[in-house]
Design a binder for this molecule. Sequence first.
Ligand code: AKG
Length: 269
Amino acid sequence: MSKLIRKITEEEIETYERDGIVCLRGLFNMDQVERLREAADQSMTRPSDMAIELAEQLEAKGRFFHETFVWLGNDICKDFVFSSAAAEITAALMGSDKINIFFDQWLIKEPGTATPTPWHHDMPYWPIKGWQISTLWLALDPVSEANGAVEYIKGSHKWGQTYKPATFDGSHDYGDALPEVPDIEAERDKYDIVSFELEPGDCTVHQGLLVHAAGGNSSASTRRRAYVTRWAGDDVIYDLREGIQEMPPLPDIANGGPIDSDLWPRVLG
Ligand SMILES: O=C(O)CCC(=O)C(=O)O
């Protein structure tokens, strides 16, 4: 039975395909938001091995909390991954029958955290290949430019270029095989940059090659808690190679084949 409270429209699908980013409002309710806020508190007080304190590592003020693969150890997140509308939303946008959860993630910037998220795109960090890869960025607080709304360059998923991953905290060496992301800040006018003011329960979905970044949280008291889920569709295959993001132990599956595994289970299809 569908978990969607309404259909994803043709216009939303077209926007996602054309721009690589679409904003969807009100598809998650406050009950879900409250539960995820509770899960965020649990993670922030008892972080897993996959947590990183990014501001602390940079010796910067505030707190930029980052944790991946939360659902593996948190029942609220596991329930969201398997029982919310998120998989159906991304299936509709990507035109995919099958959906695997790739991973989930906290990206939480507390008030007074100047640390930006650098311009980057997601695919080069990950040991997977394909077009049907998307991220659902769910706001658990009101989000505006002041507290770190994500900015996206419309259409950059179709530039036909893959860039070297930008290290968020300088702890990982991704090698020199790929070119650096252009200095977008120096020439912002050249790009079609979009961002969204969000209410709790609103989300954006972006394609895995879309170039994006975020400022710090300069607000005095508005937290910026985001619960981010990464989803893989029909055409995604395992692509184990040098220099990928740190992950839990990787599954024993054939390189070049489907990613179905305990780490990346099917949620739909
Ligand atoms: O939330 C942020 O600061 C960055 C978001 C991001 O990089 C992503 O969702 O892939």
